[in-house]
Design a protein around this ligand. Sequence first.
Ligand code: SF4
Ligand code: SF4
Length: 332
Amino acid sequence: MSKPKLALYWAAGCGGCDIAVLDIEEKILDVADFFDIVFWPCAMDFKYSDVEALGEKEIDLTLFNGAIRTSENQYMAELLREKTKLLVAFGSCAMEGCIPALSNFYDKQGTLDYAYRDAPSVDAESRGTYPQTHTAMPEGEIEIPEFFNTVKSLDQVVAVDYYIPGCPPQSFQVLGVIEAVIDILKTGKPLPPKGAVLGAGEKTCCDECPRERKEKKIKQFFRPHEIIPREDICLLDQGIICLGPATRSGCGALCVQANIPCRGCYGPPPQVQDQGAKMIAALSSVIDATTPEETRKIMEKIADPLGTFYRFSMAHSTFKRVQQEAAETVDA
Ligand code: SF4
Ligand code: SF4
């Protein structure tokens, strides 16, 4: 009997999700033993034509990491959707946009201007030289992918069957999901309902956090480098922005246990649509201010509030991007 087919793909992201898969260590051999890996460009020499040659729904499972930033990302999302039975948005970028979607605070031109003209790292010789989709060369025309105005999550481009959150997903959760899928494929057990979030909990990061929480009112926020926080008391109680109340459980409160605040990479908990709005609501209950002026002064201490509250979830938030009009025209 032929083995079930597995594909893994890396779109707009840092590559950490592929490393998280390899971090399951020797268990990767069980994966390679059980599945026929038909596409994993990060690890093996596959070509897009290998996927194009497959039949419709021939791949049993695809773990798709990375957001949709370019026409190449979109093409591969559509191709893998066509060829795959179970398409999983793997990791925060595919699930909700993550760091690439922070550029949704700007438009395409602003992003390109910074990267190719204004950034200090751009050398003088190439400053102001922008990439072109088509370039004529003596050897022929070079075509590179189109850079979209808006970064999208995978499910804003194609239908997604399941989600695995995290930046990256924790390896013990990745392994748990892979073992569950192997069990389902071996035994014929029913699949989880479509749209389920796998490899995560149903509560918040605070529910996994061992720190003591008090009914404390905050008069001042601190950035993590400004104080050495106590390791036994809630970081938010100590005036450090911690997104635990607005973040899904599943990582074991990993960062908080290392005495740094949760940044929110597991995305919003169930029933919460907008992680940033949920965090702002949580903060409003702990700020010790009686006037709007006092509130403003306390809030001013939060550096880059939008980037802080929407660091991982901008594409999936109610904003999606700052200029909706631009999103509608450029990405159509
Ligand atoms: S806000 Fe952060 S530090 Fe406080 S309980 Fe929640 S996860 Fe723990
Ligand atoms: S503590 Fe927060 S930022 Fe850290 S791994 Fe967990 S969900 Fe992600």
